[in-house]
Design a protein around this ligand. Sequence first.
Ligand code: GLY
Ligand code: MN
Ligand code: MN
Length: 301
Amino acid sequence: IKQRSIKTDEELLEIESALDITSEMHKLAMLNTKDGIVEQYIVGLIEGHALSQGRRLAYPAIFTINGEILHSNVYTNKMRSGQLVLNDSGAESPLHYASDITRTFPVNGKFNATQKDIYSIVFNMQEAAFTYCAPGKSYKDAHLKTSSIAVEGLKSLGIMKGNVSDAVTAGAHALFFPHGLGHMLGLDVHDMEGLGEDIVGYDDQYNRSDQFGLAYLRLARTLEPGFVITVEPGIYFIPHLIDQWESEKKHLDFINYDALRLFRNFGGVRIEDNIVITSDGYRILGPAIPRTLDEIESIMS
Ligand code: GLY
Ligand code: MN
Ligand code: MN
């Protein structure tokens, strides 16, 4: 684990070579998605592109209008104008290093006002997370900071309420952000997962929490130069989970269940990038892939 946690220059080149193909896959998806197309068709295009370059996918693509289903591998939906689609897919390098990128975009190429609101919160969460990506900072702190940006954003929409840091301490935000901020990336997409996530992502200083949400953070420990990690915040509206929490009257001080009803069928947004920790911060690996609202609307037009 000690050896594999610090990526050499040769390994970084492999991951960036995977990302060259991944960036083309994501642009292909944006360029070809439109009203009336079935998800499977785009999955075929992106996986076919990897295969045509002598590559394969690093993990089964998640490509779905139901972004709130975190690991959906069902591609049977006909995509409709007005919906968002979430594309979490990445190619492997020739030596089988992984890449792991998520973009979420509107089927018809233009975000509506609500989609812009939620997307902007996730974008701000990712930007805030990046500022914590430096040697000596812990990824648990990055996760918690990101969670507080989610609460602030959701408060501004009336979906959450109350004191931000109390909400995060209580875990109320996890209704909308129920997974971890990210994980190590390398030969495995969740790198070294098979060796045991707790000994890869945690150490003497950090124990895994048992709180819903924080418990699923795969990487908590202090970042070191050479770590390659994903930064993947998201906001999801999961009807089953909302109903469960509401019936249990969970976190009534922080969640406005009435306001939430309007967002029930929204789906989910995730933005995921791959970075290396450098001596004084971080560097985003691979070519730029449309990420801002404007960049996505521009390529799709
Ligand atoms: N694609 C799986 C993950 O983002 O962790
Ligand atoms: Mn990931
Ligand atoms: Mn992913």
